[in-house]
Design a protein around this ligand. Structure first.
Ligand code: C5P
Length: 402
């Protein structure tokens, strides 16, 4: 399965471009998000409209398009993907890749990325056999570019030989293998909390907070991508359940604690939920308005889920990670919190209104552990999830995750 994997599919010129359309469909069936770039050559065989219709995303063609740039900078196209796939990869685009040429959007994206690249060559058998092509492939392989195909068989112009693009399902298989090699946390069980909790005041009113659940959900999805078996215990949010993750929906802090305890034993616990510190001593019937009388709410302390998990004795997950949403003295407060709660790592972030973190797309993290503080640059919450998941993989298997 390719749940929540983002693939940038670069379609270059060749009759096999029509098979790239089927590849889009196959990838989406498996849960991947696919964005396409079509070279000028590709557009002689298929149209951006068909790629856009099948991918459900805008298809990109020009390097210097003002409208595209304002929506999605050309460098971001590659950065916001997990894998670049060139299918079909013509002799020409392979030569550009080998030579570091960046004269169109496709070649630029391929040069401006540190993400893995898979090529599915397709060309005439003489072009395939030419020493220039073979030299280019050898250079690309030495740089870590992966290849699937080509196969031998009938080619265009009634010829036959080596040069047919691998079939879409073979390409899908090759892609799945690349991601499977990334399953650094397979066999590990992870518990993640996310979202706010809602604490009833009476049957119709509640106390809550502004947590969107985006960060916690992104962490669960990222751990699942690395092969962990994830259970996400979430308060009410608008976030969709992450694919490949078991989600337990709860409302109150006490329900969240019970759901978390039911998940143990686990190897990893990441508490990203914004749990209400207090709950109201809730009324069983709706509070009535009475002229001149304002009801007093009596607040009772909620259980601290992070601290409870961190102090769970022999049921304690091996790695317990908490968050510290702070508005001032971020790192000092996080260090104190780490000691108080008994967790291993604290991810501290600035949630002052100016930071836009609460409910926003981005986050700036300071990871506090027993050794000190690691400052991460500002990045999307998805990238925070991926970076944390990799950091966790290093914790469990330093060598494998290198
Ligand atoms: O104490 P504070 O709310 O700042 O701590 C934040 C961290 O503790 C977060 O990881 C949050 O998920 C967790 N927490 C919890 N249960 C609570 C309060 C906070 O798990 N009742």
């Amino acid at each position: 399965m390719l749940h929540s994997r983002r693939i940038l599919l670069i379609i270059s010129g060749g009759i096999a471009a029509y098979k790239a359309l089927d590849l889009i469909r196959r990838l989406r069936e498996r849960g991947a998000t696919v964005r396409c770039i079509l070279t000028a050559g590709a557009q002689q065989f298929i149209t951006p409209l068909s790629a856009a219709a099948l991918s459900g995303e805008k298809a990109y063609t020009d390097l210097f398009s003002l409208t595209d740039e304002s929506e999605m900078g050309h460098l971001r196209l590659a950065q916001e993907s997990d894998l670049l796939v060139v299918a079909p990869a013509s002799a020409d685009i392979l030569a550009k890749m080998a030579g570091g040429i960046a004269d169109d959007l496709a070649a630029t994206a391929l040069l401006a990325t540190d993400k893995p690249i898979l090529v599915a060559p397709a060309m005439n058998f003489r072009m395939w056999g030419h020493q220039a092509t073979q030299d280019n492939l050898a250079r690309l392989a030495a740089r870590g570019v992966r290849r699937v195909g080509p196969n031998a068989g009938p080619l265009a112009e009634n010829e036959s030989g080596m040069g047919r693009m691998a079939e879409p399902l073979e390409i899908v298989d090759a892609i799945e293998k690349i991601f499977a090699a990334d399953a650094l946390l397979s066999g590990r069980r992870a518990l993640i909390t996310s979202g706010p909790t809602q604490e009833p005041i009476d049957p119709v009113r509640y106390i809550a907070n502004r947590s969107s659940g985006r960060q916690g959900h992104a962490i669960a999805a990222a751990l699942a991508r690395l092969g962990a078996e994830c259970v996400l215990v979430s308060g009410p949010t608008n976030e969709p359940d992450p694919p490949g993750v078991k989600v337990v929906h709860i409302e109150t802090a006490r329900e969240m604690l019970a759901a978390c305890e039911a998940v143990l034993p686990a190897d990893i616990a990441v508490c990203a939920a914004a749990v209400a510190d207090w709950r109201a001593d809730a009324a069983t019937a709706k509070l009535k308005k009475k002229a001149g009388a304002v009801p007093m709410l009596k607040l009772v302390e909620n259980p601290d889920i992070l601290a409870t998990l961190a102090k769970a004795g022999n049921r304690r997950p091996k790695l317990v990670v908490g968050f510290a949403a702070e508005t001032e003295d971020i790192v000092a407060n996080a260090q104190a919190k780490r000691a108080r709660k008994g967790c291993d790592w604290i991810l501290a972030n600035d949630v002052s209104p100016a930071s836009g973190v609460f409910g926003g797309e981005n986050n700036t993290i300071h990871l506090v552990d027993e050794h000190g503080v690691e400052d991460w640059p500002a990045m999307s919450k998805r990238d925070v999830g991926d970076r944390l998941a990799r950091r966790i993989a290093v914790f469990f298997a330093p060598k494998a995750a290198e």
